[in-house]
Design a protein around this ligand. Structure first.
Ligand code: MTE
Ligand code: HPA
Ligand code: MOS
Length: 765
């Protein structure tokens, strides 16, 4: 059937507009008359008690129309996403350098900015906590400790023939979306607000703005057409920006825009959590694990934000693809005086997986065994083994996928080549590493796994879809259009996906956890099928055939010799007063999770991937090159192979940046020094592996009934980039005595690589 839309590589619906500049982002919208621009007044202490906040000089500055601080909030001053207790503006305590204290609204961005400098702020400095270890010592956490356990780990460790422990520190990461945080709030003539927000979670903006302003939720509408990237950074943190814009809009009765410039965005908003990972393992001579005891300490920043969810996902991925016969995973969410860290592609899973991979790598080196062999020996046995959160691993494609990759990437031969290269090359050393990824798909909060859609067929046969998901570059709207086209068997060009709005589909979840298509795609499919069913009835009656004989194909509706065009049938339905619009609602089946015991089935299914990465390191400078990467990824039955491939490539490069070049540096007072691209290095196209081979696993229908048997793709491939870090460690290890392990943390910048090379060299002499 040539109208089949699912499985085809359609270009991203906005690809051309992204390139020619016609795609409209919030800052491109025509500015309404009377628009006010906002600049924020922020803390220059990492920790202080605010004693004086005097904004009178700001108010009398040229162009200034209004100011706002905590006292101006008519409703509840709280924008906590997961837990309560996160004020929009602080009442009294300033918690990090960059903490917004007040906002100035003026007739131009420049006027607001200069007026903000006139604020008089006095405070009593308090001792800040600037690192994870200090927070651990003080037992100062943003949420209670979490423990995931199974079996008697103390006994398993005590009885194990061999035992090893280790520690690794992993840095955070700025999201560096191209579009910084922005919101535009307008008053409506009935006393409500219409807000354009660059958010992954319009419903949360709507609900929290209503709470801040003491308005009913129905009075606030949030609209989002597209984001210039979110990557998790706009899952919760957009509320701050939209909340301030809404507050000043309410106060002045005028439209208000708040757009953070890059420096402010980096100084004010949270990032990927840095982690301190400690592990203690008992194992057999062949590297088979017997017991695993881990501490995952995450740097939460000043407030909880999404940290409880991030920590829970870190714990549930600290097994990665490996069975731990007895296990205890402890998660401590450390309160520090920095930006409040938040969701970032992978949502804690990448940090958890690094604990598993570093542990297995170290054990293999300690035993002088091949790290790949030790990994395989510890793979889950599907149908038998259960995870640390007691979910039985059912479908598990990694052994077969790894076998396929070993073949296609000629891993055995290249391992020998790399080793012999290293014995002959005095300065350049190569490294090769292979790793699997098993990523649990579903929000780890079961109630969040729901979505709605509203599908409308017009009498000319054109179709408009609205759903709760956010387009942030990942191709969600394209896939939604494909799903709709597939249901009706009409060309994708006949489908339009409109802006996401809280007044069309209510009470939505954020677009996150890679589940945008799984959830909204399914809701859309259900809505479209409801309409198709009604249209089929009208056709059956017209043809005088049983409804089961009616088929939608090639833009027509057929039965035997009868046929009618899709548009003609839509018109006929209208004449017969048959509804051509429907809501769809979907909730993910089979999932449950008990937060207290940290057990259940949090994930509907797993996405799988394997990567093999080869690097070359210059041991005199610590510089390195990514020579070749082979990836085999399981996207189920791909809805759109081109988009899925783009997600894999982009995620891999983003992960590579995190682990090797993006370094966040704070000074001794807690001031972030790297708040612009001049000092914070993100990867570019030139950092792509020189030889980059990405394959989608063939014949890979999802055994679970997801939308057209596809699998989520947004986050899982980011974790494949851990193989780059492992390959760098492999290159460093070639300089050490056999049995010694590399000391390289992340990001593995040239400086850190050099330091690890020096340490390795000392073990060899
Ligand atoms: N791809 C692009 N181009 N831009 C983004 O912001 N975000 C990632 C991923 N891919 C992102 C992206 C993150 S963090 C998630 S959770 C998913 O997309 C969200 O979209 P999905 O659920 O529709 O895959
Ligand atoms: N991923 C992203 N966001 C979330 C999750 C998750 O698993 N759980 C709650 N919010
Ligand atoms: Mo993605 S970190 O779940 O927004």
């Amino acid at each position: 059937m040539d109208t089949a839309a699912v499985g085809q590589s359609f270009a991203h619906e906005s690809a051309a507009r992204h390139v020619d500049g016609q795609a409209v982002f919030i800052d491109d919208l025509p500015e309404p008359r009377d628009l006010l621009h906002v600049h924020l007044v922020t803390s220059s202490w990492a920790h202080a008690r605010l004693t004086t906040l005097d904004l009178t000089a700001c108010l009398s500055a040229p162009g200034v129309v209004a100011v706002a601080s905590a006292g101006d909030i008519p409703g509840v001053n709280d924008i906590g996403a997961a837990l309560k207790g996160e004020p929009l503006f602080p009442f009294e305590t300033l918690c990090y350098i960059g903490h917004p204290i007040a906002a100035i609204a003026a007739t131009s961005p420049a006027a607001a900015r200069s007026a903000a400098r006139l604020a008089i702020i006095e405070g009593e400095p308090l001792t800040p906590v600037l690192d994870i270890q200090t927070a651990l010592d003080r037992e100062d956490y943003v949420c209670p400790p979490m423990i995931m356990r199974r079996g008697d780990v103390d006994k398993a460790l005590a009885d194990a023939p061999l035992r090893l422990s280790g520690e690794v520190e992993i840095g955070g990461q700025d999201h560096f979306y191209l579009e910084t945080h922005v919101a535009l709030a307008r008053p409506t003539d009935d006393g409500g607000l219409h807000i354009f927000s660059s958010t992954q979670h319009p419903t949360e903006i709507q609900h929290l703005v209503a709470r801040l302003l003491a308005l009913p939720q129905s009075a606030v509408t949030v609209e989002v057409r597209r984001l210039g990237g979110g990557f998790g950074g706009k899952e919760s943190q957009a509320t701050l920006i939209a909340g301030i814009a809404a507050l000043l809009c309410r106060k002045t009765g005028r439209p208000v825009k708040l757009r953070l410039d890059r420096d402010d965005d980096m100084m004010i908003t949270g990032k990927r959590h840095n982690f301190l990972l400690r592990w203690d393992a008992g194992f057999e001579q062949d590297g088979r694990l017997l017991g695993v005891d881990m501490l995952l300490a995450g740097g939460a920043g000043w407030s909880a934000d999404l940290t409880p969810g991030v920590m829970s996902r870190a714990l549930s991925h600290a097994d990665n693809a490996y069975y731990y016969p007895a296990v205890r995973l402890k998660g401590l969410s450390c309160k520090t005086n920095s930006q409040s860290n938040t969701a970032f592609r992978g949502f804690g899973a990448p940090q958890g997986m690094i604990a598993a991979e570093a542990m297995l790598d170290d054990i293999a080196r300690h035993l002088k065994l091949d790290p790949l062999a030790v990994r395989k020996r510890n793979f889950y046995a599907p149908g038998r083994d259960i995870t640390p959160y007691h979910q039985t691993v059912e479908q598990f494609r990694l052994p077969a996928m790894l076998e396929q990759l070993e073949d296609s990437a000629e891993l055995a031969a290249r391992r020998t080549d790399v080793d012999s290269f290293n014995t002959q090359s005095p300065i350049i050393k190569k490294g090769l590493a292979v790793m699997p990824v098993k990523f649990g798909v579903s929000f780890n909060v079961p109630s969040m796994n729901q979505a709605g859609a509203l599908v409308m067929v017009y009498t000319d046969g054109s179709v408009l879809v609205n759903h709760g998901g956010i387009e942030m570059g990942q191709g969600l709207y394209t896939k939604i259009a494909q799903v709709t086209a597939e249901v009706f068997q009409i060309p994708v060009t006949q489908i339009r996906v409109s802006s996401t709005r809280t007044d069309k589909v209510p009470n939505t979840s954020p677009t996150a956890a890679s589940s945008g298509t799984d959830l909204n795609g399914m809701a859309t499919k259900l809505a479209a099928e409801a309409i198709r069913g009604r249209m089929a009835e009208v056709a059956a009656e017209r043809f005088a055939v049983p409804i089961d004989d009616v088929r939608f194909e090639n833009g027509e509706i057929r039965s035997g010799n009868h046929h009618i065009g899709f548009a003609e049938l839509a018109e006929l339905c209208h004449l017969q007063r048959v509804s051509l619009s429907a809501n769809g609602f979907y909730r993910t089946p089979k999932i449950h999770f008990d937060k207290k015991t940290m057990t259940g089935r949090p994930f509907f299914y797993y996405a799988h991937g394997v990567a093999a990465t080869e690097v070359a390191v210059d041991t005199l400078t610590g510089e390195w090159k990514c020579l070749r990467v082979d990836i085999l990824h399981d996207v189920g039955k791909s809805l759109n192979p081109a988009i899925d491939r783009g997600q894999i490539e982009g995620a891999f490069l983003q992960g590579l940046g995190w682990l090797t070049m993006e370094e966040l540096v704070w000074d001794k007072d807690g001031r972030l020094l790297t708040h612009a691209p001049s000092t914070y290095k993100i990867p570019t196209a030139r950092d792509l592996p020189r030889d980059f081979r990405v394959e989608l696993l063939a014949n890979a229908d999802n055994p679970e009934a997801t939308v057209y048997r596809s699998k989520a793709i947004g986050e899982p491939p980011l974790m494949l980039a851990i193989s780059v870090w492992l390959a760098l460690r492999d290159a460093v290890a070639s300089l050490a005595a056999t049995g010694a392990r590399p000391t390289l943390g992340a990001p593995a910048t040239p400086e850190r690589i050099l330091a690890a090379i020096e340490t390795a060299g000392r073990t060899a002499t």
